[in-house]
Structures are given as C-alpha cells and as structure tokens.
Design a protein. Structure first.
Length: 157
C-alpha cells in the first residue's frame, strides 16, 4: 500500500519538537534573490589567432552550385520581366507619340488657316493694288504647253 504524502500529515511538524514553524517578518524593501545570483563566473580569455581552418572539399562545390542556381534564377526572372518592361516602355512611347501627333495636327491646322488667310483673293487683290499690278491683256499671255494645234512651241521673241 502506498504511503501518505508528508504534507498531508499536519499533526506532527518536523524539526522543532512539535511547535509550528515560525515565519520571519520580511523586509518590504529587500529584493528577492535573482536566479544564479550566488554563482560567480570566471571568464577565461581564449586566443584563436593561431588556429587555421581546415578546408572543406565539399564547400567549394556547394558554392559553385549556389552561384549556378542563382544565375539560372536570374536568367529566368529576366526572361519573365523583360517583356513586361518592354511593353510598359512601349506604352509610354506610344502616349508620347500620340501627344506629339495631336500637337503637330494643331500646328498644321494653324498653318493651314494662316495660309488660307494669306492666299485669300481679297488679300491678293489688296497686295496687287499696293504694288500697282494689273490683270494682263489677252495678247500679253503666252501659253507654254506643247499641245498647240500646229505643233509649234511658244517662244518669246
């Protein structure tokens, strides 16, 4: 049969001849002990400057494998990202060309309007009057086309 635990046996306090244990009054300003406070650590200075690391023959292959894997990954990422970047840059270029096209069309409209103003019959008539130009008479006009009925070429004599 199992024995009863000692903390259940309260009839006989242990150690002071049957008297109940006395609790000392605790100082309210005293801190409790920290863990491992009573252990003193002696640091020992270690000099590893004379040690030489032994080369690992497998580490060189592992490094080259890592470099190769990183290179393959870089090539794959570049192959995936380059078309997206090219499309984005082409979109920017297309928008710039559209803006430039609109600007050039506006400039063309302005130039066409200016040309129409400068070559209007009223303005040409005013310029002709300012410079004392008159309409030529019918005998002063020479047609220089080669399709004359007699086959001759018109020449000024």
């Amino acid at each position: 049969m199992a024995s009863m635990p000692a903390y259940l046996n309260r009839t006989a306090p242990a150690g002071n001849g049957g008297e109940p244990p006395v609790c000392r009054e605790r100082d309210p300003f005293q801190l409790r002990e920290l863990p491992l406070e009573n252990v003193f650590w002696h640091p020992k200075k270690i000099d590893n400057s004379r040690l030489v690391r032994e080369p690992d023959p497998r580490s060189r292959g592992a490094c080259w494998s890592a470099i190769g894997a990183a290179s393959v990954l870089l090539v794959l990422l570049t192959g995936v990202l380059v078309p997206n970047v090219a499309n984005t840059l082409a979109g920017y270029k297309l928008e710039n060309l559209k803006v430039e096209n609109r600007k050039l069309q506006d400039e063309l409209r302005t130039l066409d309007l200016r040309e129409a103003e400068l070559t209007s019959p009223d303005r040409l008539q005013q310029l002709a009057q300012r410079q004392n130009l008159v309409t030529p008479k019918s005998d002063q006009v020479f047609h220089l086309d080669g399709n004359r009925p007699d086959g001759s070429v018109a020449m000024v004599k």
